[in-house]
Design a protein around this ligand. Structure first.
Ligand SMILES: [Zn+2]
Length: 184
């Protein structure tokens, strides 16, 4: 695994931007029971080793991926899972390989979005529509939510969450889940 992948991650988040977990420890137990995650990583908050069914849930492209699931002597970066929860919806947007979000009204890419953004909205300078951040199409390179599952050390499109994982999360949370990639 080269250094360019070390700061990229695959994120899963609810499509419903206001969705929040009532109890993060119950959610953790459910993810452990489903085999997405295993034990907590003691020195990192809300972080977990990959579970025994991880590779059923996340499909890696390419012939033989060398996925590192634990820290080694040569590298402290390894694939693990981190749960993030925020009091209000947060935009996690890729700093590298970023894409302009598409306006929900005119459907054109809004290159200047950062200059027309408030906490909750973006104004499209092409058609002068102001819409909620979550209504823009971020083309899988950003997400706007209060809860995120981050799977570290995954380069955009290097691995794809399988429908079975999205279905499990939907079953647990009673809300649809999406995914995207972010590189910092
Ligand atoms: Zn527009």
């Amino acid at each position: 695994m080269n250094s360019s992948t070390s700061t990229c991650a695959l994120y899963l988040c609810p499509g419903q931007q206001d969705f929040t977990l009532r109890d993060i420890s119950t959610f953790v137990t459910q993810l452990q029971q489903n085999g997405l995650i295993s034990e907590a990583i003691t020195e990192r908050e809300n972080s977990f080793f990959a579970g025994q069914r991880f590779l059923d849930y996340v499909a890696y492209m390419g012939c033989s991926p060398a996925i590192q699931f634990e820290a080694s002597d040569t590298s402290k970066n390894f694939c693990h899972i981190k749960i993030h929860q925020y009091d209000t919806a947060k935009l996690i947007v890729s700093q590298k390989q970023s894409r302009a979000p598409h306006c929900p009204n005119c459907n054109r890419p809004v290159k200047d979005w950062l200059h027309n953004k408030t906490e909750e909205t973006i104004r499209c300078n092409l058609c002068n529509t102001t819409a909620n951040i979550g209504d823009f199409n971020w083309r899988k390179m950003a997400g706007y939510a209060r809860v995120f599952i981050e799977i570290t050390d995954i380069f955009p499109k290097e691995a794809i969450p399988q429908q079975i994982l999205l279905d499990k999360l939907t079953g647990i949370c009673k809300t649809d889940w999406l995914y995207f990639y972010s590189c910092q």
